[in-house]
Design a protein around this ligand. Structure first.
Ligand SMILES: Cc1cc2nc3c(=O)[nH]c(=O)nc-3n(C[C@H](O)[C@H](O)[C@H](O)COP(=O)(O)OP(=O)(O)OC[C@H]3O[C@@H](n4cnc5c(N)ncnc54)[C@H](O)[C@@H]3O)c2cc1C
Length: 585
């Protein structure tokens, strides 16, 4: 049977799928949540004292050596895969030796989880099709830098096709619906420039669907946020923000708000009241409000503060005339900035931003956003106040993308996870409500949460998404039978691989285990927060300029390709020596 990708008009049946959408009957189906056995719990519990059970003993945090060893061996396996890929990448084989019988894997998304999967997946075993509205991966931690021109957009992106040239294909579009029984995904292709009419809706069959669509900014929480706020989630957002900031700066330099010479067009001295009105309006135009004091809001405040300081330097700054007018206001609903960090680092973030002149409003509830204002209420006073602004950036909260809601409609109720995410088991499989198709949909990254209460609260971070993407790639490439729990290695798999898996005791797959390596955040003026840990064991908690060096080093190392490392280094050098590029193109 020819199993190459087939894109069909909507009403056609996909190749290899019968009327009921079944490919082959599976053996076992229900997602079994990971059972956590704490040391000592194998013994009977001690009898309650005075009828009150003693609190369970606290588990001392320990370095997850087993998980680290396992990751190291996985990395060796990935390296072998990459070496094996070299002849294909270098085009030494004239004819592609890839089999048509490979499992068809449709990957939705090109973000952290999808990109990690593409880098590690074995295309000689899997026929991978990527569907995403963005044809590239973006290094999200640097979006704030890109929004103020410290680095350029293209320096921190990698095209999907470049990430793994051996994938079957990439379609630029977004999944809008799915038939989980027939295993067909419906994709609305992107608009092309000059395309006449609506771009086609195509249906794509799959054996395995990998849902890595991330989440969106929750800008529907207060009236006006969606219409009047900018966001920071994609490269387009960073570009819009850079444009928006540039526009505000030029708008504040217009003659209708300047009061430098205090002289009107007819040579009369400007009235004091008019001068004051202009001063206020000029200041409003360059008042930048950021809603949300999480890592995105704080890093953006830090980067923006650096940028404004740079361009408003006395005499030499391109916008030195706005020196007294520019303002950054950070509004945050909680009592601490960056709550994921240790208390001292949160405090440092606050002090550092305040030192740089950022006005931080903690415990402040935003009520409404308009084109040029924000209505807010400090929790303490409970009195509504208004802030006049030139531009507002919404960086508070996340929400599921529309496709997740469409998918949840097709899945059983048990798939509905926290905050609109999709519940998965420890092998990233979501419940399908049907034994035959269980294991055909994997969900990961920001879009997924664990059904098991013990692990359900994994943060929405690149670290989690990346580790899950690589985990899924290995699960699929090694050929585990995902209908079984735990998934079992295929008996007829490649001899060498099976022997290696047996040696590692992995005939039965082991569930995903997140290894937390800590957190980093830039807070402006060459200072960063560093919280390094291994699993739950804290290693280092530090804030300051040494952290900044570490922050930059880690971001450089974590770039997805050597090309990106070179470009980012060059951008940093360029902006340091020549200042940030303020050209408005
Ligand atoms: C500004 C910013 C800074 C951050 N900084 C950090 C940091 O320093 N450290 C950290 O660990 N995390 C950071 N994060 C969080 C991190 O980026 C996310 O947790 C991570 O991107 C999640 O990965 P993901 O693969 O689940 O989703 P994403 O990376 O968001 O990727 C989702 C992909 O799905 C695509 N998509 C959306 N809808 C569809 C559809 N219907 N069909 C097909 N494709 C679709 C999108 O285009 C995108 O390519 C930051 C996030 C932001 C926004």
């Amino acid at each position: 049977m020819n199993r190459r990708w087939i894109v069909q008009p909507l009403d056609a049946q996909p190749d290899g799928v019968d009327d009921n959408g079944n490919k082959s009957p599976g053996s076992q189906t229900t997602a079994v949540p990971k059972s956590v056995i704490l040391p000592g719990t194998e013994h009977l519990p001690s009898p309650p004292l005075n009828g009150v059970s003693p609190p369970p003993p606290e588990e001392a945090p320990s370095i997850p050596f087993q998980a680290i060893l396992s990751r190291t061996l996985d990395t060796v396996e990935d390296a072998v895969l990459h070496v094996r890929r070299i002849p294909y990448d270098l085009d030494w084989f004239l004819e592609t030796p890839l089999s048509d019988d490979r499992e068809r894997v449709v990957v939705l998304g090109s973000g952290w989880a999808a990109h990690a999967l593409l880098k590690v997946a074995d295309p000689t075993k899997l026929a991978i099709l990527v569907v995403s509205p963005a044809n590239h991966f973006v290094f999200t931690p640097m979006l704030a830098s890109a929004a103020v021109g410290t680095v350029e957009y293209r320096s921190m992106t990698e095209a999907v096709r470049a990430a793994n040239p051996m994938i079957e294909n990439y379609f630029q579009g977004q999944a809008v619906d799915v038939d989980v029984q027939k295993k067909i995904i419906k994709v609305q292709l992107n608009d092309l420039v000059d395309e006449i009419g609506t771009p086609p809706l195509v249906q794509v069959p799959y054996d395995k669907l990998v849902v890595a669509v991330g989440c969106k900014v929750a800008d529907n929480l207060v009236p006006g946020a969606k219409e009047f706020c900018l966001r920071l989630k994609t490269c387009d957002d960073a570009r819009n923000l850079r444009d928006g900031i540039g526009e505000c700066l030029e708008y504040a330099c217009r003659p209708d708000v300047t009061s430098k010479d205090m002289v009107t067009g007819n040579g009369m001295k400007m009235a004091e009241s008019e001068a004051e009105r202009r001063r206020k309006e000029r200041s409003r135009r360059v008042t930048f409000a950021i809603v949300g004091g999480g890592p995105t809001g704080v890093e953006l405040a830090g980067e923006l503060s650096d940028f404004l300081k740079d361009i408003t330097r006395p005499r030499v700054g391109a916008y030195s005339i706005l020196r007294e007018d520019v303002r950054i206001v950070l509004l945050h609903g909680g009592k601490d900035l960056v709550p994921a960090f240790d208390p001292e680092l949160r405090e440092h973030a606050l002090k550092s931003l305040q030192k740089e002149g950022v006005e931080v409003m903690l415990n402040t509830k935003v009520l409404e956003v308009g084109r040029d204002f924000i209505k807010y209420e400090p929790k303490e006073s409970g009195i509504e106040e208004t802030l006049d602004v030139g531009l507002t950036i919404w960086a508070a909260g996340t929400a599921p993308v529309p496709f997740i809601n469409a998918l949840l409609e097709k899945l059983p109720e048990s798939a509905r996870g926290k905050s609109g995410r999709i519940n998965v088991d420890e092998f990233l499989r979501c419940p399908t409500g049907d034994e035959e198709i269980f294991g055909s949909i994997l969900c990961m990254g920001d879009a997924a949460s664990f059904a098991d209460k013990a692990t359900s609260i994994l943060p929405q971070t690149a670290q989690v998404a990346g580790q899950q993407g690589a985990f899924a790639a290995r699960l699929l490439s090694r050929g585990y039978d995902l209908t079984a729990t735990p998934p079992l290695l295929a008996k007829n798999g490649p001899m060498m691989l099976n022997a290696w898996m047996k040696l590692r005791g992995l005939e039965k797959a082991v569930g995903f285990d997140f290894v937390n390596l800590g957190l980093l955040a830039y807070v402006g003026s060459g200072e960063a927060l560093t919280q390094i840990q291994i699993g739950d064991v804290p290693i280092l908690s530090y804030a300051g300029s040494i952290s900044f060096v570490l922050w930059r080093s880690v971001y450089l190392v974590k770039q997805v390709a050597t090309r990106n490392r070179l470009l980012v280094t060059f951008d940093w050098f360029k902006s340091k020596v020549f200042g940030r590029d303020i050209t408005r193109l």
